[in-house]
Design a protein around this ligand. Structure first.
Ligand code: FE2
Length: 436
């Protein structure tokens, strides 16, 4: 996909530029063994190692701990990270971090683990009331006043891209809504992206996290263009997420190309090292892309879906409580969104479809939404995704509740290329009920 630089011509009121942040990352099979050397290089002598109780006794944590020990780095473990963190679980983690008196952090896990580690580092380094740094208008949205302690992020799934982002997402219990803390200061210092971790991932986890990666890339390219960001704060106050930009376009295109070629293979065959390695790399690229561009409707709509679903269980995820995997909640809204947003930027939607492997031979601009939605549906069907929100138990009577659940997400929804109100939210959910 060539960059559409003409799309980024400045208009009156545009920001004068865009800012990108990313960690120093190392990609390759076996690089978890480099955690110790990286910690030493960063001057870490005592590290807090964040993980969850499912991973704590597993091989990835053992590998990282051995590497840290070899470099004479003391480790204090925190394995109480909550999957789908809340304000309370983040504050508990921050309390641990403050009392642990460490000079650096290592996270080994998925998005929940890395996000919890970012927040713990933030509040232990810059103690404050919890809502101080939470997104406005839900929180005070204050800027993080200084650098954090070094953080080495080691992802164990191939989708969230959290190892590359300055974003920590959590559920605010008082609102029962997802929100986040966003700051370039939260971006991990070093990311060790080791595709060996994908060998043991269950197929459903590869599918859901793969669709999360795909949606990060699609939302990056189709977001409101950065010169058209509303009321742009500039300079050091420039937000993390600034809209579609040429750098995110390039990385997202490469990620989509990999998703189109390798997602189905990676889901169907755990022994397909090439496919799973490519998905791990794609997740990292898409993470860097969406960190700067921001997500929009598919993510904005997903949180109400996960919040309102009752009794949904997917093999490969922790048993016991009902849980819609994040990437599944996101992809279920994808086709509906692309049909709605394509008229705003048909060329961008068509190019995304092409990167994903769609046949564009007879496609015109008018078909852009249908072509992209169609290709996403093909991938959903090939990987065993549910057939729309109805499969999760939703029907016409819950459109109001879903729209109400999505409204706290206006921060991301406003990053869509078209204006969205409550009626559009209901229309988007209705169109996502059934796809085939
Ligand atoms: Fe996501």
């Amino acid at each position: 996909m060539a960059c559409c630089h003409a799309d980024f011509a400045l208009v009156e009121g545009s920001d004068r530029g865009f800012t990108l942040g990313m960690p120093t990352f190392t990609f390759g099979a076996g690089v978890l063994a480099e955690a110790g050397a990286n910690a030493a290089e960063l001057g870490i002598r005592r590290a807090a190692l964040f993980t969850d109780r499912y991973l704590a006794a597993g091989e990835h944590v053992a590998k990282v701990k051995a590497a840290l020990a070899e470099s004479h780095v003391d480790v204090v473990m925190y394995d109480e990270v909550q999957i789908e963190p809340t304000d309370r679980s983040l504050q508990q983690a921050a309390l641990f971090a403050r009392e642990a008196r460490v000079d650096g952090y290592v996270s080994v896990g998925g998005g929940s683990v890395m996000d919890t580690c970012k927040a713990a580092n933030l509040y232990a380094t810059h103690p404050a009331q919890f809502m101080t740094f939470v997104n406005a208008p839900i929180g005070a949205g204050q800027r993080v006043p200084g650098v954090l302690k070094p953080h080495i992020a080691c992802p164990t799934t191939c989708g969230t891209g959290s190892e590359t982002t300055g974003i920590a997402i959590f559920t605010l219990s008082s609102l029962n809504a997802k929100t986040g803390i966003l700051s370039r200061r939260l971006i991990p210092t070093v990311a060790l992206v080791d595709p060996d971790v994908t060998k043991s991932l269950p197929a459903n986890v590869v599918a859901s996290t793969g669709f999360d990666c795909m949606s990060h890339a699609l939302e990056s390219v189709t977001a409101r263009l950065w010169p058209r960001r509303l009321n742009p704060a500039q300079g050091i106050a420039r937000p993390v997420s600034q809209g579609a930009n040429p750098f995110s376009d390039a990385l997202a295109a490469q990620a989509l190309d990999s998703v189109g070629k390798y997602l189905v293979r990676a889901v169907r065959d755990a022994a397909d090292i090439e496919a799973r390695t490519e998905m791990m790399y794609a997740a990292m690229l898409a993470g860097i892309a969406f960190n700067a561009a921001g997500c929009h409707l598919p993510h904005g709509l997903s949180y109400a879906v996960s919040g309102l679903t009752r009794d949904w269980h997917v093999a490969g995820y922790p048993e016991g409580k009902s849980l819609v995997p994040h990437g599944m909640a996101v992809v279920l809204n994808n086709p509906s969104v692309w049909r709605h947003t394509a008229p705003a930027h048909p060329e961008r939607h068509l190019r995304c479809a092409q990167c994903l492997g769609a046949d564009l031979r007879d496609a015109s601009s008018d078909d852009a939404g249908e072509v992209l939605a169609g290709r996403v549906i093909e991938l959903m069907r090939a990987t065993g995704m549910p057939n729309g929100l109805a499969a999760l138990g939703f029907d016409d009577t819950q459109l109001d509740a879903l729209a109400t659940g999505a409204e706290p997400q206006y921060r991301v929804i406003r990053n869509a290329p078209v204006d969205i109100g409550r009626d559009e939210l209901k229309r988007l959910y209705r169109a996502a009920l059934t796809y085939w």
